[in-house]
Design a binder for this molecule. Structure first.
Ligand SMILES: Cc1ncc(COP(=O)(O)O)c(C=O)c1O
Length: 449
C-alpha cells in the first residue's frame, strides 16, 4: 500500500518535476496533502482533520467500509475483460434501469464522465445522421477533444467555437437574460434554443443533439427554471435531434427528492440519453451512458463493434452496486434533502446580514452562495469569494471551492453523509470570515468591479 513517504515539500517538488503543470492542485499556493479520509472528513499528513464540502465523487462518504469490502472481495475473486460474460454488469444495468424512466433501458459502461459524453455524442450523431450540437453557455462536458469542442468554458480559452457547435444562453434566473421577475423564465429560455435552431437551419445545418447538465455546475450551481427542459426537448425533437442530459455531477440522489436531477423538471420530461460518472463508483473510475432501444439500435446498425476494455468490469460493477445499496440503506437522499434545506436556510439567514451575499440557491446537497459587490448591479465579488475559500481552509480547515463564469459562487457538493452539524459549522465560519473582511479589508472588492 502507498505510504506517506515524503514530506509535503518533497511531494510538491516531485510533483512539479514529474507531473504536467496544467494538472492543477486545489489551493495551488499552499496545497493540502491528504493521506487518509473517512465519511466527509479528510486527514493531512499530521493527522489534522478537514471538513470536505466539495468531494461529490466520494458520494456515500470517503472510504465507506461497505464499498471497500465489496471492492476487495471482487478483486480477490475475479476482474476480467468485459467480453467475458459476467453477472455483475447485467445486475448493475438492471438496477440502474429501475432508477430511470422505462425508455432509458440500454446501457454502455465506460470509465469517466468524458468517455460517457464522447459516446453520447457519437450515439446522437449516428442516430440522427446530423452533426450540429447546441450547448449551454459556460458548460463543461469533459476533457476529450470532442468535448472541449462542446464546452464553452474550455473552447473560449483554446481553439474557439467550431461551426457545428452553437451556444444557447445559460438559463440563470439570477444573472442571465430572464430573471426572477420574469413571468415564465422556463419558456423564455427555451425559446432562445428555438431561435438558435432556426438560425442553424437557415445556414443549411441540422441539429444532432442538445447537450446540457441537468443543473449546470461549472456555470455556477444553476437551478433550471421549471418547464425549460420539456420545451427544449420539444424543439430539439422537432428539429430531428436528441436531448442529452449530463448527470455526471448531479446524478445518484444528490438533489435529494429525486434520483436524477433531470426529474426535477417533472414527469413529462425524459431525456433521450443520460450520461453519468463521478459519484457512480464512489471514487472508483466508473461511468455510463443510458439510452433508448432506438438510439442504441442505430449505433449497432453501423456494424462497428463498440469495445471498452475496462468499462463495466466485474470490480467496477460490484462497486457500483454497493454504492446503490448504501444510498438506500443509509437513506442518503433523505439526508441530502434535510441537510441541504438546513444549509440553504442558514445561508439565506446570513444573506439578511451581509450585503455581499447576492443569492443563495440549491437543491439537496447541490448548493451555491453567490457573492456580489453590489446587489443592484450583481457585479461578481470574485476576490472575496477566493478569500473566503482560502480563509476557510487556513483558519477552519474546511474545504469549499468556487464556480461560475466569474468564480464568485461558493459551491457545496459534499459527500451525501454531510450532517446538520457540518452545515452549522461551515455557515458559522463563513459568517465570521465575511464579518472580519467587512470590518478590516473590504477594499479588496473595489478591485473586482
Ligand atoms: C458536468 C460534467 N461532465 C463531464 C465531466 C467529465 O468527467 P471526467 O472528469 O470524469 O472525465 C465533468 C467533470 O468535471 C463534469 O463536471
Amino acid at each position: 500500500m502507498a505510504q506517506d513517504t515524503f514530506s509535503k515539500e518533497e511531494t510538491l517538488a516531485m510533483r512539479r518535476r514529474l507531473i504536467g503543470h496544467s494538472c492543477r492542485l486545489f489551493y495551488s499556493d499552499d496545497p493540502v496533502k491528504i493521506i487518509r479520509a473517512r465519511g466527509q472528513y479528510l486527514y493531512d499528513e499530521h493527522g489534522k482533520r478537514y471538513l470536505d464540502c466539495i468531494s461529490n465523487v466520494q458520494h456515500v462518504g470517503h472510504c465507506h467500509p461497505s464499498i471497500t469490502e465489496v471492492a476487495a472481495a471482487q478483486m480477490d475473486l475475479l476482474n476480467i475483460n468485459t467480453r467475458f460474460l459476467h453477472d455483475n454488469m447485467v445486475q448493475y444495468a438492471d438496477r440502474l434501469a429501475a432508477s430511470l424512466p422505462d425508455k432509458l433501458c440500454i446501457f454502455y459502461f465506460v470509465n469517466s464522465g468524458s468517455e460517457a459524453n464522447d459516446l453520447a455524442l457519437r450515439l446522437a450523431q449516428q442516430y440522427t445522421q446530423h452533426q450540429d450540437v447546441i450547448v449551454l453557455d459556460h458548460a463543461y462536458h469533459g476533457h476529450l477533444m470532442s468535448l472541449i469542442d462542446i464546452s464553452p468554458y474550455k473552447f473560449r480559452k483554446l481553439s474557439g467555437q467550431k461551426e457545428w457547435v452553437h451556444v444557447a444562453p445559460l438559463p440563470d434566473t439570477y444573472r442571465g437574460l430572464y430573471r426572477e421577475d420574469h413571468p415564465n423564465p422556463g419558456d423564455a429560455y427555451a425559446d432562445t434554443v428555438k431561435d438558435l435552431i432556426d438560425e442553424v437551419h437557415s445556414k443549411g445545418r441540422k441539429i444532432s443533439a442538445f447537450f446540457a447538465e441537468s443543473l449546470p455546475s461549472v456555470g455556477g450551481q444553476i437551478i433550471m427554471p421549471q418547464g425549460y427542459s420539456t420545451k427544449v426537448a420539444e424543439y430539439v425533437h422537432s428539429a430531428g435531434g436528441v436531448f442529452v442530459a449530463d448527470e455526471v455531477q448531479t446524478g445518484f440522489g444528490r438533489v435529494g427528492t429525486h434520483f436524477w436531477a433531470f426529474q426535477l423538471q417533472g414527469e413529462g420530461f425524459c431525456p433521450d440519453i443520460v450520461t453519468m460518472g463521478k459519484p457512480m463508483g464512489n471514487g472508483h473510475p466508473l461511468a455510463c451512458v443510458a439510452t433508448t432501444v432506438e438510439i442504441a439500435g442505430a449505433f449497432t446498425a453501423n456494424g462497428v463493434e463498440y469495445f471498452n476494455t475496462f468499462g463495466g468490469n466485474p470490480v467496477s460493477c460490484a462497486i457500483g452496486l454497493a454504492v446503490l445499496d448504501v444510498i438506500e440503506k443509509e437513506d442518503l437522499r433523505r439526508n441530502a434533502t434535510k441537510v441541504g434545506a438546513h444549509l440553504k436556510q442558514l445561508l439565506t439567514q446570513l444573506q439578511t446580514r451581509h450585503d455581499i451575499i447576492g443569492h443563495v440557491r440549491g437543491i439537496g446537497l447541490f448548493v451555491g452562495l453567490e457573492l456580489v459587490t453590489d446587489r443592484r448591479t450583481r457585479a461578481p465579488a470574485t476576490k472575496t469569494a477566493a478569500e473566503v475559500v482560502k480563509r476557510l481552509k487556513e483558519q477552519d480547515r474546511i474545504c469549499v471551492s468556487t464556480d461560475g463564469p466569474w468564480e464568485n459562487v461558493v459551491k457545496f457538493k459534499p459527500p451525501m453523509c454531510f450532517s446538520i452539524q457540518d452545515a452549522d459549522l461551515v455557515v458559522r465560519c463563513i459568517d465570521r470570515i465575511i464579518t472580519e473582511m467587512a470590518t478590516s479589508d473590504l477594499r479588496l472588492e473595489k478591485e473586482d468591479v
